[in-house]
Design a protein around this ligand. Structure first.
Ligand code: ADP
Ligand code: MG
Length: 979
């Protein structure tokens, strides 16, 4: 299967109404960009193209002219760039010697090929796997199934075994503890929590049922109390030795903080009756008489080894209303497990009311609701806010103008008709003017009234500051652009002088969340104003918030199946989100929540956010469930709470087949087996295996860690340009965001002292927490690859595994091979934008957070990328400029034809290069390299560098280094196009 039939995209028209806010943001960078780019303003067109001649059919106007030429170019096959590959004679010579050296000719046959799995005889079908140990593990995995595995696990001896002496000890320990004054003091606090007050009914419900559902408002004590109530009760009943409770949390940070809190309440240190286990970090509790707080993903991993969950007596799934993909999958898997483990109890916990869906899924399991504890919060909607502030939307209200506006934008028209209908469905005119006024009715019907208006937010905040009691103001906005925009307006306004207002921004790309001040209560007379994304909805709690301004919108990442494209659009929040936002105002005293949308809108919001499983691509999850041996993926996914679209499943299966991770029968291949064992997206998983083979693990691990977890670069308020300049510096003129990450981590890890590490982070706008975690993740990758036998030891800094780590051409080429067919070709650099097109011929732009967005020119027009996402435009977020040779080796196939100008090398998607000398050598090398890599996947081992296989890899590295010589030319420097 070639890349051609995959990823067919249609061109995307950017909706005007969404573009507005984005344009504002980019102006900040771009305005400054314009200054220095004056000299460069001549639209630079890449010389790689054969431009179409004039002479279009008459009558074409505007956009259709462009489309005409595009179609013509595609038809005539003239859209193809033809870069020239020139290899130095000395390099050619060396490669020839390496491949043909008599001492190093091929001794064993590397070109075993995977047969199609047409028969069920696994042994025969996989006879190209020579390594007996690997073969055994592999065959046992692909031939097993979950039911069988659970039954098998149940026949072994359980870890939780009744021991009377332990039961007595645990009970004594608990009773002793209950006598201490510290425990008593904390118990007094706990007794005030609604969850604790419902102790008996909670325990009765759990005793009487295998599966129960508990819901209750945030802060009522579900997370901290329920697990403790169960544990203490079991210990009191003399069953401590057979009790171990796993309680899942949606986020790493909450698993740790909850565990810490519960340990405090039990007057213990972590590691006794309370522990936590998240990826890369754990403090384990004793194996019995204990509670472990873990992330949902971690529990899924435990299930790979312990399919029947025999190490646990109780599973508590917390915050299931968030509908993370892991929690949804565990809910499905437990349906298989629970009937076979009648002694296992399942407690589902959710913050909001609608427990029906979960309860129904488990055959109407019983549920209970714990009523709230938070302070009352008064709510105002847009109509009330307009009344309070006397705010008026900008006057564009003449009917004629609106009609013109509507004509231009058909989608908007639909939205606006809906807007009017919505309001009229909620209020009758006469009722409304009785409650409010005629003017206000007009204002509300203004089609823009529910768009986010910074001016309205400013007026409302001013109203709070002038008329309301002390207390912090928390403003929810969708994204970074809005936060920076609003913050700027606040600073520019005279109404919010710095001596009485202090501003904070909360966004995952900003350092504020790591700073302590945001949690501090400001001195009297000073008003704290926090502008945040959804981050402040659940993840971060700022206790002194009394006023919440809720814009009602959030950025939501989705997978658009029709266009096979990840999107990030601004959408209405759900009722559950709104409730959560409201609750933030009543943490310490009664509060007020201002919703910047109408009461009518509030009624129409969805009950709950869209579950993650319906929003993302499924490759990684498919591999994970394959390892659990659940058989056909679509059958399993169809039994989920919300089954994903079959089209999404088939797109993901197709990619996995294309990556050769699954065979035609949907069985894991040996490569798939390795990839499924890595906690990574299959593409990045493939990259780290390649890195091990090519002995350059350290830099590649840095890149993959960041791609799979988080970009460590910050974007502090008002310092965006300084930050990008520093990132460009780390890019080392390699035209690569990925190299910048390698370099950042390299410098971070080279420094021994914590203080100096911190100042490095400060200087380069890096997140300290993220950097530390990325560094730890690299160690984990090394351990995985060592277990799989691709590395000699588990040290990511091992010198043998890093013999080629300094070779940037190789690093870029490996990334390209992993990302393939994510290739874009730069078409035009003009003004402040760089336009490129992907191999599917769709127009894309480089995102301003990429260092390549600021390049004047590129050594080659080819970019490889990991994340492409549509917001106001289709953006490539992270790119690396690669040489033609890197592209050829990344491609699954190549062929040569004789052309007038020399040999033409073509790879899939019609990318063609001219190569005067050495084309056939490249072809031989391509083939041999493929055979060696496939052999190694089927027979995991390190590369023997002095032998035939090592020589082939060396030849490729030589060729790559030679092809990267253009990067060293003086004109190829990333000079920021701004000063
Ligand atoms: P729920 O899970 O129902 O939202 P929690 O069990 O997390 O509630 O919290 C119950 C109460 O315990 C909170 O309202 C808060 O007062 C208190 N609490 C929770 N975590 C901490 C902590 N780390 N430090 C101090 N108090 C805490
Ligand atoms: Mg909770």
């Amino acid at each position: 299967m070639t890349a051609e039939c995959f990823n067919r995209f249609s061109r995307y028209k950017s909706p005007r109404h969404r573009g507005k806010n984005n344009r504002m943001h980019y102006k900040n960078i771009d305005q400054s960009a314009e200054g220095s780019s004056q000299a460069n303003n001549s639209e630079m067109t890449m010389e790689f193209y054969n431009r179409p001649s004039r002479g279009r059919p008459p009558g074409l106007k505007g956009k259709s002219i462009g489309l005409y030429y595009r179609d013509k170019m595609i038809k005539n096959n003239r859209y193809k760039p033809k870069s020239r590959i020139k290899i130095r004679p000395s390099t050619l010579n060396m490669i020839q010697k390496l491949i043909l050296h008599p001492k190093c000719t091929e001794k064993k046959s590397y070109n075993y090929k995977l047969q199609n799995s047409i028969n069920e005889d696994y042994g025969k079908q996989y006879n190209h796997i020579l390594d007996p140990k690997f073969k055994r593990k592999f065959l046992s995995l692909i031939s097993g199934n979950l039911q069988h595995k659970i039954e098998q696990d149940l026949t072994t001896k359980p870890l939780l075994e009744r021991r009377e002496s332990v039961d007595i000890n645990l009970l004594n320990e608990l009773n002793d503890k209950r006598l201490t004054s510290e425990y008593k003091k904390l118990l007094d606090f706990r007794k005030k929590l609604p969850a604790y007050q419902n102790k008996q009914s909670i325990l009765d419900l759990i005793n009487a049922n295998q599966i129960v559902l508990i819901s209750g408002e945030t802060g009522c004590g579900k997370t901290t109390q329920v697990a403790q109530l169960i544990l203490d009760y079991e210990i009191e009943c003399g069953r401590g030795s057979t009790t171990c409770i796993a309680c899942t949390q949606p986020r790493r940070i909450s698993a740790i903080s909850v565990a810490e809190r519960v340990a405090v309440e039990r007057v213990e240190n972590l590691g006794n009756s309370v522990g936590y286990h998240i990826r890369l970090e754990k403090i384990l509790a004793r194996p019995y008489g204990s509670i472990v707080f873990c992330t949902t993903g971690m529990l899924l991993q435990f299930m790979q080894i312990d399919a029947a969950l025999r190490n646990y007596s109780h599973i508590i799934l917390d915050e299931i209303h968030e509908r993370s993909i892991h929690s949804d999958i565990i809910i499905t898997l437990l349906k298989f497990i629970l009937p076979k483990r009648s002694d296992l109890k399942l407690i589902l916990m959710s913050a909001t009311l609608n427990s029906d869906q979960f309860s129904k899924y488990y055959n109407d399991c019983p549920s209970m609701h714990i009523s709230g504890f938070t302070f009352p919060v008064e709510e105002f909607y847009l109509e009330d806010i307009l009344k309070i502030t006397h705010f008026k939307f900008p006057k564009e209200g003449k009917v004629g103008t609106w009609q013109k506006y509507l004509k231009k934008n058909i989608n908007k028209e639909m939205e606006l008709i809906n807007h009017k209908a919505l309001i009229e469905s909620y209020y009758t005119y006469s009722n409304f003017i009785n409650l409010y006024s005629v003017d206000l009715w007009e204002e509300l019907l203004n089609p823009k009234s529910e768009d986010i208006s910074f001016d309205l937010i400013l007026d409302l905040t001013k109203h709070i500051c002038l008329t309301q009691k002390p207390g912090a103001v928390l403003i929810f906005l969708p994204g970074l652009i809005d936060i920076t925009g609003l913050h700027k307006l606040f600073l520019e306004s005279d109404n919010f002088p710095q001596d009485i207002c202090v501003f904070y921004a909360l966004h995952s790309k900003m350092p504020t969340a790591e700073q302590k001040e945001i949690f501090d209560i400001p001195p009297p007379g000073i008003r704290k104003i926090i502008i945040s994304t959804v981050l402040a909805e659940t993840s971060i709690t700022i206790e002194d918030v009394v006023y919440v301004i809720d814009c009602g919108k959030q950025k939501l990442s989705k997978f658009d199946i029709k266009n096979n494209l990840q999107t990030l659009d601004i959408e209405w929040i759900s009722k559950a989100n709104a409730l959560q936002r409201r609750g933030r105002a009543g943490r310490v005293q009664p509060g007020i929540c201002y919703h910047l949308y109408t009461k009518a809108r509030a009624e129409t919001l969805d009950q709950y956010p869209l579950p993650e499983i319906l929003r993302i691509r499924l490759e990684e999850i498919i591999l994970q469930i394959k390892i659990l041996q659940i058989g056909k993926v679509d059958t399993f996914l169809a039994t989920m709470l919300d089954a994903p679209d079959p089209k999404t499943i088939s797109v993901s299966l197709q990619l996995l087949r294309q990556l050769k991770a699954l065979d035609d029968q949907e069985n894991l291949t040996p490569l798939g087996y390795h990839l499924a064992h890595l906690p990574l997206d299959p593409r990045t998983g493939k990259i780290i295996i390649l890195a091990a083979m090519f002995s350059c693990i350290d830099p590649i691990f840095s890149i993959v860690a960041s791609l799979s977890f988080k970009d460590p670069f910050y974007c502090p308020l008002g310092k965006e340009i300084d930050a990008i300049k520093k990132k460009i510096e780390l890019g080392l003129n390699q035209f690569s965001d990925h190299i910048a990450i390698c370099e950042a981590l390299k410098r971070f890890e080279e420094i021994g002292y914590k203080g100096m590490k911190r100042s490095l982070c400060q200087e380069y706008f890096l997140s300290w927490n993220t950097m530390k975690l990325l560094s730890d993740m690299k160690k984990q990758f090394a351990s995985y690859l060592y277990e799989m036998n691709f590395l000699r030891n588990n040290n990511p800094k091992d010198h043998v595994a890093n013999r080629n780590s300094k070779n940037k051409s190789l690093i870029k080429s490996i990334i390209c091979a992993g990302f393939y067919p994510n290739i874009a070709i730069v078409e035009k650099i003009s003004g402040s934008n760089i336009k490129a097109y992907t191999v599917e011929k769709e127009t894309v732009y480089l995102h301003p957070s990429s260092i390549n967005h600021y390049a004047h020119n590129f050594p080659t027009p080819y970019l490889t990328y990991f994340l492409k996402r549509k917001s106001s435009k289709i953006y490539l977020f992270d790119t690396t400029c690669v040489s033609p040779i890197a592209l050829i080796f990344a491609a699954p196939s190549m062929f040569i034809v004789k052309g007038q100008e020399g040999d033409l090398i073509t790879i899939p998607n019609d990318i063609t290069f001219i190569c005067n000398e050495g084309a056939h050598l490249i072809e031989i090398l391509h083939k041999k390299l493929d055979d060696i890599l496939e052999f190694k996947i089927n027979n995991p081992d390190v590369i023997a560098w002095g032998t035939y296989e090592g020589n082939i890899l060396t030849a490729m590295i030589e060729l790559l280094s030679d092809s990267d010589k253009d990067f060293e030319l003086p004109e190829h420097r990333i000079l920021p196009r701004y000063k």
